[in-house]
Write a new protein. Structure first.
Length: 207
């Protein structure tokens, strides 16, 4: 099963992205009239403050696969998919506008965006793989918790809060269930109720 990353930022409307597909179609027709068989692979850099297209490069050693770049990307050019215990990050140059928001979102300085246009990749519209990372599976339900590198970074950040480390072994849903389960006995004590009050079974009251 594929788990699409939950994107929480405003997305460019699909009809606007359709304009880029139409542009690709029109330019392709011009190419065929000229008799050219292939597009040049040279990357054409954009001028200052000109955001038409772009490409991204990810330093796989620095990247912890947290997915912040995909969250902030306004066109969905950067995509994160969790599948078979792995996280895959890819970039589609055809719908990238070269805004460089992904750079600002990365605390690890692992991603670099260059505004410009590479005709071959633009017209092919394919998603290029940029990063592959192992996922930590929830010990309760088996769903992905997060990339191993990101989890390790959080554990180091919370080094003095070692009691929180075990919570990182569970997904968000299971953490909520665990918290609720652990809260029931405490809540009962606060309300002065015994187990028999809740279940209806007789038991001796605590002394």
């Amino acid at each position: 099963m594929d788990y699409k990353f939950d994107l929480r930022v405003h997305r460019v409307e699909k009809k606007n992205l359709g304009n880029r597909e139409e542009l690709a179609r029109l330019l392709s027709s011009l190419k065929s009239k000229k008799g050219d068989s292939t597009w040049p692979e040279k990357f054409i850099k954009a001028g200052e403050n000109l955001y038409f297209g772009g490409k991204v490069e990810i330093d796989t050693d620095k990247c912890i696969a947290c997915g912040a770049c995909a969250e902030i990307c306004p066109t969905g050019a950067i995509e994160v998919v969790d599948r078979d215990g792995k996280r895959f990050i890819s970039h589609n140059l055809q719908i990238c506008v070269g805004c460089r928001k992904c750079e600002g979102s990365c605390d690890d300085k692992a991603i670099k965006a260059v505004p410009g246009l590479e005709l071959k990749a633009f017209f092919e519209g394919r998603s290029e793989p940029k990063k592959e990372a192992d996922l930590i599976a929830c010990k309760q339900c088996g769903r992905p918790v997060g990339p191993a590198q990101a989890i390790e970074k959080i554990k180091k950040t919370l080094e003095k809060e070692s009691h929180l480390h075990s919570e990182l072994d569970f997904c968000q849903k299971c953490r909520k269930w665990r918290a609720a389960y652990e809260a029931v006995p405490r809540l009962s004590m606060l309300l002065g109720r015994t187990h028999s009050d809740i279940t209806g079974n007789e038991s001796s009251d605590p002394k």
